[in-house]
Design a protein around this ligand. Structure first.
Ligand code: Q9C
Ligand code: ZN
Length: 337
C-alpha cells in the first residue's frame, strides 16, 4: 500500500487499508463463521476470459520496470492518462501506467499483483463452491474489483473479482450480478456489456454527483448481443433505507424475470450513513433486509466484498448482510479469505 492517495486534489492517507480486512475477519469470527477456507488459485483460463493478456502482463511486471525507468518506488501512479483523442499504446514503463488506468486511485506496489491474485482466488473459490452444489459463499476480497475493466485498473481495483466469480459460475448457471457498492461497477459493466449470458445490475450514486462519474447512467442497457442485459439504477445522494430497498426490489425482479439461476452480489458497504467516500444514508439493519430480499430468490449466491470505508462498522455491516442471506431456509455456509 502506498503512503497516500489523491482525493479531489488533496494528498491523504489511503481509505482502502489492510485494517478493513482485519475488522471483517474479526467480525466474522465473532459472529461464529469459523469455517473459513483458504483460497484456491484462479486458473489462467478464467483470468484471460475476464482480462486481456496484455493487461495481466502489465500488472504482473510493471513495478520493477517502473522503478528502473526512474518512477518513484513508493508506487506506480501515472501522471498522464490515455483519454479520448490520445489513446495510442506506448510501451515505455512510464507510459503504460496511464494507458492501463482510468484514475490515480489504483497505485501499484511490489505486492499488488500477489494481493490481487489472492483476492481473485477468493472470488473464484467462492464461485467454485457453488459450482460444486454449495448455496452461499462470501469471499472476503481485498483489494476490491468492480472498477477494474478488461484492461484497466482504477478505484482501488486491479482484477475484477465479481467478474471472475460470474465467469466461473457460467459453467453451471445463468448468472446475474447485483452491484450494491455506492460507486457504479464500471469495470464489471464493461466486461459483460456485449454478452447476453450474464446480467449486470447496479444500484449506485448518480454519475452527476458520484464517482466514477462517466458511466452508470440509466440509459446504458447493454451493447450488441448484450442489449437488455445491463441495468443501471442511479440514485441521488441522501438516499435512505426505504428508497434503497424499493430499488433493490426492482433490480431483483428484473434479475428473476431474466431467468438467472445464480447470483453474484458485488457487496460494497460505502452506502452506509457514516461512510467517508459515500453519500447515502443506509442503516446497518438495511443490509440485513437486502440479504433477506436476495435470499428470497431461492438461488445460490456468491457475495464478493467490494468497498466500505467506515472501517469501525464495516465488519458488523458485513455480518448484517450475511445474517439476512442466511435468515431463510438456506443453511449458513462457507466463508473464503
Ligand atoms: N471524490 C471502491 O469503493 N476516489 N472504490 C473517489 C471522489 C476513489 C472507490 C474520490 C474511490 C474508489 C471499490
Ligand atoms: Zn465503492
Amino acid at each position: 500500500m502506498p503512503p497516500h492517495e489523491f482525493y479531489d486534489g488533496a494528498l491523504v492517507p489511503p481509505f482502502e487499508s489492510a485494517a478493513r480486512a482485519d475488522i471483517i475477519d474479526a467480525a466474522l469470527a465473532q459472529a461464529g463463521y469459523h469455517d473459513q477456507h483458504a483460497p484456491q488459485t484462479v486458473p489462467h483460463a478464467i483470468l484471460t476470459r475476464v482480462h486481456t493478456p496484455e493487461y495481466l502482463e502489465y500488472l504482473q511486471h510493471i513495478y520493477p520496470q517502473w522503478c528502473a525507468a526512474g518512477g518513484d518506488a513508493a508506487a506506480v501512479i501515472p501522471s498522464t492518462l490515455a483519454v479520448r483523442w490520445m489513446q495510442r499504446y506506448s510501451p515505455h514503463p512510464l507510459a503504460t501506467p496511464g494507458y492501463f488506468a482510468f484514475d490515480l486511485s489504483a497505485p501499484i506496489v511490489e505486492g499488488t499483483w500477489a494481493a490481487s491474485l489472492d483476492s481473485a482466488g477468493m472470488a473464484y473459490s467462492a464461485a467454485q463452491y457453488l459450482c460444486d452444489g454449495g448455496r452461499l459463499a462470501y469471499a472476503r476480497c481485498r483489494p476490491p474489483g468492480h472498477h477494474a475493466g478488461s484492461d484497466m485498473c482504477g478505484g482501488y481495483c486491479y482484477l475484477n473479482n465479481a467478474a471472475i466469480a460470474a465467469e466461473t459460475l457460467t459453467s453451471r448457471y445463468r448468472v446475474a450480478i447485483l452491484d450494491i457498492d455506492i460507486h457504479h461497477g464500471n469495470g464489471t459493466q464493461q466486461i459483460f456489456a456485449e454478452r447476453a449470458d450474464v446480467f449486470f445490475a447496479s444500484i449506485h450514486g448518480h454519475p452527476h454527483e458520484c464517482y466514477p462519474y462517466y458511466m452508470g447512467f440509466a440509459d446504458e442497457t447493454g451493447i450488441g448481443a448484450g442489449q437488455g442485459t445491463t441495468l443501471n439504477l442511479p440514485l441521488a445522494f441522501g438516499c435512505d433505507d426505504a428508497t434503497y430497498l424499493a430499488t433493490v426490489d426492482h433490480a431483483l425482479a428484473r434479475i428473476q424475470h431474466w431467468g438467472a439461476t445464480a447470483l453474484v452480489i458485488s457487496a460494497g458497504f460505502d452506502t452506509f450513513a457514516g461512510d467517508p467516500l459515500g453519500g447515502f444514508r443506509l442503516s446497518q439493519a438495511c443490509y440485513t433486509q437486502i440479504g433477506q430480499r436476495c435470499a428470497r430468490l431461492g438461488m445460490p449466491i456468491v457475495v464478493i466484498q467490494e468497498g466500505g470505508y467506515a472501517v469501525a462498522e464495516l465488519g458488523s455491516n458485513v455480518v448484517a448482510l450475511l445474517g439476512g442471506l442466511t435468515a431463510s431456509t438456506t443453511a449458513p455456509d462457507c466463508v473464503i479469505g
